[in-house]
Design a protein around this ligand. Structure first.
Ligand SMILES: NC(=O)c1ccc[n+]([C@@H]2O[C@H](COP(=O)([O-])OP(=O)(O)OC[C@H]3O[C@@H](n4cnc5c(N)ncnc54)[C@H](O)[C@@H]3O)[C@@H](O)[C@H]2O)c1
Length: 276
């Protein structure tokens, strides 16, 4: 499959993985609409990419706005080849500290936001007889450690949605890929901290040299996975061991997670007392 001339929409394109996907797509010859709730950030991504990119402010929690973005691409170009449902947020910290508003916000962005992208793009792709939907989930959609419990819930939903949809979309010529990265070097690692949670320390535990995987490499991996029509992309490769462990030995994985959360709580308490 060639990306030349393909029409793509990327959500959450103002930063991190979304911006990297836009760079990779334009470099591969696609035309991309870079969208983000932060319209200026989306514009910065697009203006660095020249003719192949345009930008739009888009809040993925607004179903009508997501539909309008898809309709606009179809009206201009006659089709939509690639829909990247990538925008996401995280909350990190003990679950009892989460407000109901925070629960609702993460469900709205991470689950409803992807549903809105699928509901808008998939019928069009069926109509045209081709297309690819790419949903950014996480390793948190394949494993289940605490203190990011609300995030784990939403990402498991996206893995389920994607794999199930893929099995019925194939007959329509539509591909579905779910991307499950471990820690990627983006601003997300520092966001959503509640009650002394240290995202960088949390997400980089177990990563070689405590270094996160570069977003641009993940974007290249994602394009290759689309070309090969893969169902699931787990990156970096070192995360495969953790994934396998969770599937083959869920009891042992739970015990390891309990120890991990205890070590995180100790780290957070130490950081709090160092601050005082
Ligand atoms: N960084 C990681 O380690 C990592 C690992 C696994 C999965 N992910 C997932 O990758 C995706 C991208 O995250 P990132 O790491 O690039 O984070 P990021 O914070 O750098 O980028 C996320 C972007 O989404 C946008 N966004 C937030 N709410 C939105 C909304 N309602 N509508 C539209 N845009 C909205 C933000 O403005 C931001 O530009 C997310 O779904 C995240 O859960 C990230």
């Amino acid at each position: 499959m060639s990306f030349t001339g393909k029409q793509a929409i990327v959500t959450g394109a103002g930063s991190g993985i979304g911006a990297a996907l836009c760079r990779a797509l334009v470099a591969a010859g696609a035309d991309v609409v870079c969208t983000d709730i932060d319209g200026e950030a989306a514009q910065r991504t697009a203006s660095a990419l020249g003719d192949g990119a345009r930008s739009a402010r888009l809040d993925v929690t607004d179903a009508a706005a997501v539909q309008a973005t898809v309709d606009d691409v179809v009206a201009r170009t006659g089709r939509l080849d690639l829909m990247f449902n990538n925008a996401g947020i995280v909350w990190g910290g003990d679950t009892e500290l989460l407000t109901l508003d925070q629960w609702n916000a993460i469900i709205d962005v991470n689950v409803r936001g992807v549903v809105h992208g699928v509901a808008a793009a998939y019928p069009q792709m069926i109509k045209q007889g081709h297309g690819h939907i790419v949903n950014t989930a996480s390793m948190a959609g394949l494993t289940a450690a605490g203190q990011i419990t609300s995030y784990v819930m939403t990402k498991h939903a996206i893995v389920g949605l994607s794999l199930a949809l893929r099995s019925e979309a194939a007959a329509h010529g539509v591909g579905v890929l779910v991307v499950c990265p471990s820690a990627i070097e983006t601003p997300l690692l520092e966001k959503g901290a509640i009650g002394g949670f240290d995202g960088r320390n949390y997400f980089l535990q177990g990563h070689a040299g405590k270094a996160a995987y570069p977003a641009d490499r993940l974007a290249q991996d994602t394009l290759k996975a689309i070309e090969r029509n893969k169902a699931l992309l787990v990156k970096p490769r070192s995360a495969h061991g953790q994934w396998l462990f969770a599937r083959l030995a869920p009891g042992l994985m739970q015990r390891a997670s309990i120890r991990f959360i205890a070590s995180q709580r100790a780290h957070q308490a130490q950081a709090r007392s160092d601050k005082r």
